[in-house]
Design a protein around this ligand. Structure first.
Ligand SMILES: Cc1cc2nc3c(=O)[nH]c(=O)nc-3n(C[C@H](O)[C@H](O)[C@H](O)COP(=O)(O)O)c2cc1C
Length: 364
């Protein structure tokens, strides 16, 4: 049914400006009939950060920035949905055009710049669905003109802890000037100290709220050493590796669009994202689980990401090119791998190739 619907709608969406296509997709999801929920293969269930995921395939942040359709996405078969990035106050983001589809590459460049309806509205939406079940995390960021960015993160965690399954601290968007500086050692240590502190402070009322750190794939390995060391010492619950890249791989075919400023995602990001995940995995030494994100565009790519160190996966850009059927394709590829290896769970494959991947030449 999803496939039939998409055969009709996808050509229309691709004929539209990318941001208009996205807005229409959200509208369609809002009015979509509630399909019966497909039960996942129990072997795909994942327990991570104290949460039980029915399957490891998540919707990455940025698709549903304002928590308009998390339940529709869960019903379509995602194992979890990350809404956001949300900023404390509403802000418009950068001027349009700010979203570009690199069709020949299966890539996307965005410089949206945290367009957000703001915390009040999103909090109301999440509170209204709080009893609906399913894992819905919230990705938080700072307002562009904030005088105290760390205070923005702290305030959002305080407000959202009771309605979100987990919180992602996003310090890796390339489109808010200076935001990525929060990945530097001293700034990061201060940020995480305050983040973990507020999480503990609200826990008696809000319950436990796992905190994940989302990093850029553009960190140097020396910077990654620092980031993982601080994440471990501050006891975050996991990391998401990672956000969009400022790099422009030489293989890009859409050379004109490739010059647009912003973060690149989708298939061209896959080699770098996979490598950074493996590099993170060997540094984390199993202390917390990792979410692999960036260019996952097939069942094979999903399996490779698990083998590079991902306990959970997130995708966004490939859905633009492959449609929502990709979620089911990935789940059946993962189940097929379990059959082949006679494994009972994906945990047995997580990180199997990580050490070997870190010995490969650096991806272009
Ligand atoms: C249009 C667009 C908007 C995004 N917005 C956000 C965002 O608000 N917060 C965030 O942490 N990541 C955001 N991302 C990054 C994605 O969550 C993801 O990390 C990245 O796109 C790599 O995955 P993909 O190649 O499957 O798209 C955005 C990505 C795209 C394409």
């Amino acid at each position: 049914m999803i496939a039939a619907f998409e055969r009709l709608v996808r050509p229309l969406l691709h004929a539209l400006d990318p941001e208009d296509a996205h807005a229409l997709t959200l509208k369609l999801l809002k009015i979509a009939p509630a399909l019966p929920v497909v039960r996942d293969d129990p072997r795909l269930a994942v327990r991570a950060f104290g949460l039980n995921f029915p399957n490891p395939v998540g919707m990455a942040a940025g698709f549903d920035k304002n928590a308009e359709v998390p339940d529709a996405l869960l019903r379509l078969g995602f194992g979890f949905v990350e809404v956001g990035t949300i900023t404390p106050r509403p802000q418009p983001g950068n001027p349009r055009p700010r979203l570009f589809r690199l069709d020949a590459d299966g890539g996307v460049i965005n410089r949206l710049g945290f367009n957000s309806q703001g915390a009040d509205l999103v909090l109301r939406r999440l509170a209204a669905r709080a009893d609906a079940g399913g894992i819905v995390g919230i990705n938080v960021g700072a307002n562009k003109n904030s005088a105290d960015r760390v205070a923005d993160y702290v305030a959002l965690i305080e407000r959202f802890a009771s309605v979100a399954s987990y919180v992602t601290v996003n310090i890796s968007s390339p489109n808010t000037p200076g935001l990525r500086n929060l990945q530097q050692a001293t700034a990061l240590d201060d940020l995480l100290a305050r983040v973990v502190d507020v999480r503990e402070r609200v826990a008696p009322n809000a319950g436990p709220t796992p905190v994940l750190l989302k990093i850029a794939p553009d960190l140097s390995l020396a910077e990654l050493d620092d980031v993982v060391g601080i994440a471990r010492s501050r006891r975050v619950d996991g990391m998401i590796v990672g956000n969009t890249t400022l790099a422009r791989p030489p293989s890009l075919r859409e050379t004109k669009l490739a010059q647009e400023a912003g973060g690149l995602s989708g298939s061209p990001l896959r080699p770098l994202a996979t490598r950074m995940l493996a590099e993170t995995y060997v540094r984390v030494e199993g202390v917390f689980p990792l979410v692999g994100t960036g260019g996952i565009d097939s069942g094979a790519a999903a399996l490779a990401r698990v083998r590079a160190g991902a306990t959970l996966l997130q995708l966004y850009s490939a859905l633009v090119f492959r449609g929502l059927g990709l979620v089911a394709d990935i789940k059946s590829a993962l189940a097929g791998a379990l059959d082949r290896h006679h494994h009972d769970s994906l945990a047995e494959l997580v990180g199997a190739d990580a050490a070997a991947a870190t010995a490969e030449p650096w991806p272009q």
